[in-house]
Design a binder for this molecule. Structure first.
Ligand code: NAP
Length: 293
């Protein structure tokens, strides 16, 4: 990268905070915007500029990275009255790392192309711990030249980049990967519920899985404490996975493909969300299984 980018980071939630900190620590010039201002304090203390609106941020930077909840949040930070898009100039770049829908991402790519803005569709695989360690896997949908240009930025947040094709290929791949995460999580919860119903200690499930090299999956270890302690501090909030499950089902429906297990997972997560568990880690579905039907 010849001239280092001036990065404007939007969205300092569970993931974005860790990713922006890694960019700052790697020596990039990082300015930030977050809807809830208090989340920017630690960045101000580190000497980063804090913008009061996404538009003001875009004026200070040439590259915007977004890591916000969902399409409504992207609409707000890009297209809202004080949105970043109104300050974009030709040659600027937008790297979206939030998980959106493929349709939304394709439309965003088109808008950027029309405005002469380089667009990279780069959602991530990996949760809070991987974001903190800079070990995310980045699922990239982009022109190859753009990806090469921004690889040093992306490699600060992730250890690997998987190239999927042009946008929205990164998002399409992300949904396939999250389908597995959604099902693995509900599989763990159902297995623990069945163990308890039979008077078996759920810890024995994890012990058995750990002894079997074919089943010893790092994701199970990540969720072990949540399941065994029935404590669900958010690493991946349930409401985000519910959004993703709905994107998966909408994509499948468009292609006349049935995803019966994902559909069942979506119903379970909807029940959990309606019980008020949206901000807890998605493994909280275990508590929903324990509730009467
Ligand atoms: P999070 O902790 O809930 O943070 C969401 C961020 O979006 C916050 O900065 C929030 O601002 C901002 N936001 C939400 N609605 C907004 C709006 N209307 N206008 C402006 N800003 C808004 O979420 P996260 O876990 O970091 O996830 C971020 C994205 O990454 C999501 O798309 C998620 O699906 C995806 N993802 C998450 C994980 C994970 O394990 N957590 C892993 C891979 C991908 P406030 O601070 O003001 O609320």
């Amino acid at each position: 990268m010849s001239v280092p980018p001036r990065i404007g980071f939007i969205g300092l939630g569970i993931m974005g905070r860790a990713m922006a900190l890694n960019l700052h620590r790697a020596g990039f010039q990082v300015s930030v915007y977050n809807r809830t201002r208090s989340r920017t304090t630690e960045f101000a203390d580190l000497g980063c500029q804090v913008a009061s609106t996404p538009r003001a941020l875009a004026k200070m930077c040439d590259t915007i990275i977004t890591m916000v909840s969902d399409p409504a949040a992207i609409d707000e930070v890009l297209e809202g009255p004080e949105g970043a898009a109104s300050a974009f100039q030709g040659g600027n770049a937008l790297i979206n790392m939030s998980t959106l829908s493929p349709d939304y991402t394709a439309a965003l790519a088109k808008k950027c192309y029309a405005a002469g803005v380089v667009f990279l569709d780069c959602p991530v695989s990996g949760s809070k711990a991987a974001a903190e360690k800079g070990q995310l896997v980045i699922l990239a949908g982009a022109e190859k030249a753009a990806l090469e240009r921004f690889a040093p930025v992306l490699k600060t947040m992730g250890k690997e980049i998987v190239y999927a094709g042009l946008p929205p290929a990164g998002t399409a791949l992300k949904l396939c990967v999250n389908l597995i995460v959604a099902q693995l999580t509900t599989a763990l919860a159902e297995s623990a519920a069945l163990a308890q119903a039979q008077g078996i200690d759920p810890a024995l499930i994890f012990e058995t899985l750990a002894h079997n090299p074919a089943m010893n999956c790092g994701y199970f270890s990540l969720k072990k404490d949540n399941i065994l302690k029935r404590d669900f501090p958010p690493a991946f909030p349930l409401r985000h996975m519910l959004k993703d499950a709905r994107f998966m089902l909408a994509e499948a429906a468009k292609k006349r493909l049935e995803l019966p297990v994902t559909a069942a997972v979506e119903r379970l997560m909807t029940k959990s969300y309606n019980s008020g568990y949206g901000d807890k880690d998605l493994s909280v579905v275990l508590d929903t299984l324990a509730e009467p039907l």
